[in-house]
Design a protein around this ligand. Structure first.
Ligand code: MN
Length: 243
């Protein structure tokens, strides 16, 4: 059995588990519903809404976190209440086998779990007064792949501007561990790309992420965004992949 076949078996088994355990768990889940906390929760930003000003304004952060992200969490909890199977694996694992989920819930999980994962990661990638440059292994890898940090930033900006619709642009690693820049549409996550990708850095390109401060100007938003990037967090994400 080669790697591709093995992955298909794993994915098939996972899909079967989703279907077969759903009904069995449902009755106990209903019994717990009155006392159990929601399965998924909105993570705190870790800083004040106005902490990223002047680069990202407080009202944008308040709406983005408290309305947009919260709506994904609420919808995901509603799906999980009826389909407890989606909470049994890590989000990363579930998102990686999104195509194997039952038709009835696949799109909703894709949008809402994808949105929850993307935004949870995104908040952690920004910080007031944080590190201004990548360090350590990540810096070495960026320079080895792109020539310089500035050149990598240019590739991310060019990729972001080339995508007309809503979505995300990422710095991450591919199946062989090499760094690359790639984008995902809507709330798709790097896990959903065939072959699997992992994220080191990601930026939300939806207009709701920047409309109040930067109108529809995606380029100005990205230029501003580099000022609040938490490179320490990106470095931790990269170190976790390489260690
Ligand atoms: Mn968003």
């Amino acid at each position: 059995m080669n790697r591709r076949e093995a992955m298909q078996v794993v994915a098939g088994a996972a899909a079967a588990a989703f279907v077969s355990t759903e009904g069995a768990i449902l009755s106990s889940a209903r019994a717990r519903e009155a006392v159990a906390p929601p399965t998924f929760s909105l993570p705190p930003l870790g800083y004040a809404f106005d902490a990223l000003e002047p680069y990202i304004d407080a009202e944008t952060m308040r709406l983005h976190h408290g309305t947009h992200h919260a709506a994904y969490v609420d919808s995901l909890n509603a799906i999980a209440a009826a389909n407890p199977g989606i909470a049994r694996a890590s989000m990363a694992k579930t998102l990686g086998i999104i195509e194997t989920l039952p038709d009835a819930i696949r799109t909703a999980v894709r949008q809402n779990m994808g949105g929850h994962w993307n935004h949870s990661f995104f908040w952690s990638l920004m910080t007031p007064g944080g590190a201004r440059e990548p360090q350590g292994q990540l810096k070495t890898a960026i320079e080895g792949t792109f020539g310089s940090v500035a050149a990598m930033q240019k590739v991310m900006e060019t990729t972001a501007l080339a995508d007309f619709g809503s979505g995300w642009v990422w710095l991450g690693t591919g199946p062989q561990g090499q760094l690359s820049v790639f984008s995902t549409p809507n709330e798709d996550t790097p896990h959903m790309i065939p072959g699997g990708r992992t994220a080191v850095l990601g930026v939300d390109l939806w207009e709701h992420a920047h409309y109040l401060s930067h109108d529809a100007a995606r380029g100005a938003y990205l230029s501003a965004w580099w000022n609040v990037v938490n490179w320490d967090k990106a470095g931790e994400a990269f170190d976790g992949l390489t260690s």
